[in-house]
Write a protein that binds this ligand. Sequence first.
Ligand code: UDP
Length: 381
Amino acid sequence: MDFESIDFLIVGCGFLGSVLAERLANDLNQRVLIIDKRNHIGGNCYSEIEPITGIEYHKYGTHIFHTSNQKVWQYINKFTDFNSYFHQVLTTYHDKVYQMPINLETINSFYGINLKPYEVDGFLAKEISKEINIDKNNFEGKAISLIGRQLYEAFIKGYTLKQWQKEPSELPASLLSRLPFRKNYNESYYFSRWQGIPLNGYKNIFEKLLKSPKIQVKLNLDYFDIRHLIHQNTKIVYSGALDKFFDYKFGPLEWRSLKFDLEIKNVMDFQGTSVMNYAAHDIPFTRIHEPKHLHPEREFNEKNTLIVKEYPLIDSKMEPFYPVNDEKNQKIVLQYKELAILDPDLYIAGRLGDYKYLDMHETIDSALNIYENIKNKYYEK
Ligand code: UDP
């Protein structure tokens, strides 16, 4: 491969890398080589068709596109249309199904009562007052201070223990901001202005992003096998794990991974919804995905359906999925970021590069901002 003839090497074909490749090639006419050690583009957003059922599924867990950022929404709509899917999650606890995020329906059903919206605060205040010394600075304390211990122990504690394999009191309170809590019957998981699933799947978006003849895509290629061949004038965008880039110089960061088990069920509809969480700690998976429900506009056969069980995993050999954003890891991140800043031709970003729990729209926003920086720095003097 001729590494001399490229302006940018981009490591990772997820949204961070692919959006930057698209902008650099199409707007600035740059020659881009984008590589991925996996055998497909799209990073963790990749979708493919399961051949027996014909159902498209998201290989690394259900991805709902949602945003309130107009710039991001306009940008992504140049590459895809979205269906009208509206994300709602349910959770099973002790064989009963409840609405998640916790809302008025969840509270009434869990306690067997019939509160009105204006009675919720008073009811929860009594629950919360049973607690002494709540530390709102950690995930557990913050959750109890909002919903009381009983709801927390039913719907949050077991799931969080499974997902993070850490005591919730050791997790940052900021994690809770991902989980909405409603005192009315609103069942929407997101507050976002726009949401949906790409009409032709995620893979199709990435094919379009990377279509330019200025962009070379190389799969099954690990950056760490070729880094010594990269010319020193080549600018690098790296969206892999931050600690690995620097050979773990300041120690490894903690990551969480996931494992997915696919099963075909010979019924038309297995669970009636796209994502069913399992709150109890003794059920080993955190959720079951049924991707058929993501595309209400498509016709599927009536004989079977695909389900995907999601298991949390800690294993140093597995792909990192989630950063563990606690203080200890943040201190290490700062050291790596201080080092990264010293190289003006290096851009490290994305969920793994930034070590931040970014959603797709936030990653696209970050890529567009990095692009503007690059453009101002090198090309608009
Ligand atoms: N969470 C929970 N119960 C649930 C769903 C989520 O306790 O039924 C907590 C859990 O700690 C999880 C966090 O909220 O890690 C964020 O959930 P989200 O659904 O945003 O996770 P993601 O879809 O990004 O895996």
